[in-house]
Structures are given as C-alpha cells and as structure tokens.
Design a protein around this ligand. Sequence first.
Ligand code: PMP
Length: 337
Amino acid sequence: AERGVYNFAAGPATLPLSVLQKAQAELVDYRGSGMSIMEMSHRGKEFDAAIKKAEADLRALLAVSDTYEVLFLLGGATTQFAAVPLNLCASPSDPADFLVSGSWSDKAFKEAKKFSAASVAWSGKEEGKYTSLPPFDAIKQNPEASFLHICSNETIHGVEFKGYPEPKNKSGILAADMSSNFYSKPVDVSRFGVIYAGAQKNVGPSGVTIAIVRKDLIGNAQPITPVMLDFKTHADNASLYNTPPCFAIYICGLVFENLLAQGGLAEVERKNAHKAGILYDTIDASGGYYICPVETSVRSLMNVPFTLANGGDFEKQFIAEAAKEGVGVKVTPTGSR
Ligand code: PMP
C-alpha cells in the first residue's frame, strides 16, 4: 500500500496518490493566482477553466456525445432519487418501473413513489436476498412507464449489471444510478436517458453528484419541482446556477486527467477485473471458508461482499487481525455505506 493502509471502503474511497499530491501542491496558491481554488469565485476564470476541463475529460473518457448534458450537482445520489421522477414524469400519477436488485435501488424506488406511480418491475429480495439479476425478459415492464430505473452496481449487495435491459416503455428511457461503478469501465451512454452518480466512490470526494442527461429529457419537470432539482436549472446555467461544490469538482477533474493518463476506461476496467479477481479467486479457492453469496455472473468488480463460514466470532477476529495488517475492512450494517 502506498500509504501503509489498504482502504477497501466503497466510498468515500481511495483517491490516486498523485491526485492528492497535486491538490496539495496547488492548495495554497492555485496555479500562480495567489489564492486557493476553495477561496475563488465560481464565476472567475480559474474555476471556469477547471470545470470546463473536468467536463471535457469526463466526456472524452465515456465518449459522451453532445446530445447529452453533463451536470455537476449537489445533494448526493440520494437527491437524484427524487430528481429523476420529478424530471421524467409529467405528474405524480405517471407510472415508472424500478428494478430492485439491492438496498440502493430499493431506496430509489421508495423515494420515487412520492413523485410518481413507481412500481417494482422485478425484485431480487425474496429469492436469494439480492444475490442475482433476472433474465432481462423476466422484467415486468409497464409499457406506459415514463422510465425504467436500475442501479448498475449495488454497493452493499455486490450485484453488478454486465449488460443492460432494453427499456420497453413508451418513452424508451433507461435511468441508472451508477454511483458505485461510475468510470470503472466503458459504458455505452447512448443506451441511457439519465445516468447519475455521487462522486465519492470512483471519481472524487463527496459533495458533487454528476448527472449525464439526454438533452431532450430536460425541461419537462413537474411544476412542484424545486429549482435545485430541475435539470433545466443546471443545464441552462452550465452547473453554475448557484455556488457549486468547487473544490470537489476540481478534484474530480484531477481524477479524470489521471484516468486518461492511465489509458482510459478500458485499461481501468482491466485493472479492476484483475484486482477483483484476486479476491474472488481467494474466496472460491477457500473451500467454503470465505463465502460470497452473489451469483458468479453478476459479481461486482467494485464491491466484493463476503462472510466467513464460521460466522460471528470468526468475523470479529478476522476484522481485528486485518486491521493489524493495515487493511481497512468496512463492516457494513445493512443500509449504510
Ligand atoms: N446509490 C448507490 C449505489 C450508493 O452506493 C450510494 C452511496 N453509498 C448512494 C446511492 C447514495 O449516495 P450519496 O451518499 O451520494 O447520496
């Protein structure tokens, strides 16, 4: 470990050391300006350059076409659980489909019920306790739905989509919470109407939430939509309607530069597969000593949940001994990460 500890936390998560060092070197005097970027106007030329560069690199990494708007938002991915139905449903009585594959998509569904007639198109809860995904033709899609929502990687349950279902609703919109596998691999953005993610897992510190929204879906928010939750507010103002989380956006920009320098997302995916493979191979070769409950075909490259066969006391001992070795094992009470 570069810094004496292996941080396995899902988020806030490890940032590249070179990013932290660059931020440190620029912290007090940002690029000769005599000020920290934290102290500057978000409308000044330095921050303007920083947010534009961050967006350009973000677009380059995922090949985001200009039919999509990139929005830097506040409020975490949790706020998008409300913003998505508020922006995509014309009224709270409009149906929306949710594929519930773990605790995060369940939270998204429950929030969306306040602003849409959301229903569960498939749930992995009863059968297998969120360890699988359905064959896509088993998803009971409502043709009248305004969108189909998925969580592309369930952070707690470790279930990751390897392909994406075709939305069979009248609008053809697929919306995805990509918080925990955003920028971990190439994704065909054109399959989605809306992608959103809190930054703090893969692309920066907490405080900024990134949304990639197809332009034609912007501007139809429900009349009750708070101004801060309306995609149009932020699209019309290049994410500068109010004071954005400037420092967080700047750090994301440094991470995007780093990802490009690593060779882009195909290379990043290769590294992630290698790292996750070390863990899954160890679990699978342990003869049942370590147990990963997730179906092999949907195992996450980002979050590798496992238990110990002997349960409680063994797990406590494992965690204590891992800590001594500099391994930050995150013990996750269900529902919080
Ligand atoms: N969705 C997923 C998949 C997550 O992992 C998290 C955070 N752990 C959230 C949503 C909530 O994100 P935030 O804390 O940015 O609101």
